[in-house]
Write a new protein. Structure first.
Length: 187
């Protein structure tokens, strides 16, 4: 699954669940992630006595994470080497961009059963996973029923998800080379 996400360049957040269990060896798990998934992971939190604490945020970033970001972004690296001031927010925005481009994978921790780290996960999803750009006025609809009236005319029932449909519109079917002309509309 992870290889497919990488190949398709889909932004991905790794969530380590069940940190509340006895015998959890996070160091071994971190090594497994770096060995089997990717070296390009960014551990966003630390765990102390079963509680989750951020170590990388918009207002604070560890020195080793600054180096990590520099290794993944040429603009930040140039600023770093030129001794230009780089704020934690600059690093954070670069991390957001790297995650959106599927070049870096943030790792978060928690226990879903006990609601530990879940708010942080939701915050990460809203920060890192950008909504797809909307294509304005492009029709997106589901055809859910076709029936014939007493005269034998075909009637199609649609659920329009996005865009609009007008009389005499010519509509492409499923990005194929087939088109239909809208001859009659009823709501």
């Amino acid at each position: 699954l992870f290889n497919t996400l990488q190949k398709l360049q889909i932004p991905t957040i790794i969530f380590i669940n069940k940190i509340d269990r006895d015998g959890v060896n996070l160091e071994r798990l971190y090594l497994d992630i770096k060995t089997n998934l990717s070296q390009d992971v960014l551990f966003m939190q630390t765990i102390v006595d079963g509680l989750v604490y951020p170590i990388c945020s918009q207002t604070y970033i560890k020195e080793e994470y600054k180096e990590f970001v520099c290794n993944h972004d040429d603009d930040i690296l140039e600023r770093y080497l030129a001794d230009s001031e780089i704020s934690p927010a600059d690093y954070w925005n670069t991390i957001i961009d790297l995650v959106a481009k599927a070049k870096v994978y943030p790792v978060l921790h928690g226990s879903a059963m006990f609601n530990i780290g879940i708010n942080e996960l939701l915050d990460a999803i809203s920060s890192f996973i950008l909504p797809p750009a909307s294509v304005s006025n492009r029709l997106s609809a589901y055809l859910y029923k076709i029936e014939h009236d007493p005269k034998g005319h075909k009637r199609s029932f649609l659920k329009i998800i996005d865009g609009s449909l007008r009389l005499r519109d010519i509509v492409r079917i499923n990005d194929s080379e087939k088109f239909i002309k809208i001859k009659n509309l009823k709501t």
